[in-house]
Design a protein around this ligand. Structure first.
Ligand code: IPM
Ligand code: MG
Length: 381
């Protein structure tokens, strides 16, 4: 038996495990889970996770704002904001786990999380902490709103967040120096639940169209079934017009100023959603301006959509980092918890300050500091 045969045998054995695990996950989803009702809870614990790079600096600003906005709820004990340390790249590398067990246990004691960016090393087998948390907490819907009022753009992206290219992204096959393979997974229940989340959102928010994004002409099994299942669910929502686009042309369509404001709700598998939401955030004014919600039935995690910008730390510029994205994420978080009026106030203040050229955060000393930006928002709310 040559060397390659050994690799092939090992890969086949591991592939069997992967399929059974994914099938078990599908079956667990099919059984369904109870939904947490925040309105009925006596106490809600918000976990604040700084993360890496500029994460702690910007998260601190968002927490300051929340402490002001939710002062009555915090004083009455209805809300607790709990700081969670230990999700740093140094600690994760030292322990050799993307989310160390003790940190995960602490996180699971919370109800919702506000999370700064975390660094993921390229290559190796260390999974992204985001991916681990989305899986461990079963945060299946990644919801990213984008708005450019002057252009009439009001988009909401529903990105499947627990499968696709991500779920086995650290468990591919390699024959060193010769070949590498990764796997992409689409399950029936996983697709149904993200599709329902998107269509429910459309229905409850007066939207009458929804765009499914796939590459089903090429990824015939996975995107093919994603597409079929979404169209099946669409039948439950006859008032919503459904169109399907391939990811490449949709990426182009978002650049077409003349027509892009006709889109309302987008529904896509994981990786396409990752890519296209960065594009959309750039159209809104930069990835630093967009927030992201990761919603599950038991937990929800709200985060900045940008990375940890380690270079800013190396250059000593962390206090100039833009907290807009994580502040946007905290606005989405309190809205999710049912504090609509406070969320509206925070959003209005954020839009107001972000559009004021006197309060521009540039990431450098020619702009204002993150703390000053937060101060201005706190003055308004
Ligand atoms: C995002 C990020 C993450 C992703 C990374 C940090 C794993 O790009 O939330 O969009 O790819 O999902
Ligand atoms: Mg991304």
């Amino acid at each position: 038996m040559n060397d390659y045969e050994k690799y092939i045998d090992a890969a086949c054995a591991s592939f069997r495990t992967l399929i059974s695990e994914q099938l078990e996950r599908q079956n667990r989803m099919e059984e369904g889970a109870a939904k947490k009702d925040f309105a009925a809870m006596d106490k809600i614990v918000i976990g604040a996770i700084g993360g890496d790079g500029i994460g702690p600096a910007i998260t601190e600003q968002a927490v300051r704002i929340l402490e002001k906005l939710l002062v009555e709820e915090i004083e009455s004990g209805k809300i607790e904001i709990r700081n969670i340390e230990g999700l740093t790249i140094e600690n994760r590398l030292a322990i050799g786990k993307s989310v160390p067990d003790d940190v995960l246990a602490e996180i699971k004691e919370c109800d919702v999380l506000l999370k700064g960016p975390t660094t993921t090393p390229n290559g190796g087998t260390m999974e992204s902490a985001n991916v681990t948390l989305r899986r461990e907490l079963d945060l299946f819907a990644n919801v990213r709103p984008i708005s450019v009022p002057e252009e009439g753009i009001d988009w909401t992206f529903f990105r499947e967040n627990t499968e696709g290219e991500y779920v086995l992204g650290s468990r591919g096959v390699e024959i060193p120096g010769k070949l590498t393979m990764d796997f992409k997974v689409t399950t029936k229940s996983g697709t149904e639940r993200i599709a329902r989340a998107a269509f429910d959102f459309a229905r409850n928010n007066g939207k009458n169209s929804l765009a499914i994004i796939t590459k089903a002409n090429i990824m015939k099994k996975t995107d093919g079934s994603f597409s079929d299942i979404c169209h099946e669910i669409a039948k439950e929502y006859p008032e919503i017009a459904v169109e399907e686009y391939y990811i490449d042309i949709m990426t182009a369509n978002l650049i077409k100023k003349a027509t892009r404001n006709k889109y309302q709700v987008f529904l896509s598998p994981n990786l396409y959603g990752d890519i296209i939401t960065d594009e959309a955030a750039e159209i809104q004014g930069g990835v630093g301006t967009a927030g992201s919600a990761n919603i599950g039935d038991q937990y929800a995690m709200f985060e900045a959509i940008h990375g940890s910008a380690v270079r800013m730390i190396e250059e000593g510029r962390s206090e100039y980092a833009d907290p807009a994205s994580i502040i946007k994420a905290s606005e989405m978080m309190i809205r999710h918890l049912g504090f609509k009026e406070k969320a509206d106030r925070l959003l209005a203040a954020l839009v107001n300050i972000s559009s004021n050229p006197d309060y521009k955060v540039t990431g450098r000393s020619d702009g204002i500091k993150g703390a000053e930006f937060a101060d201005k928002i706190m003055e308004i709310i």
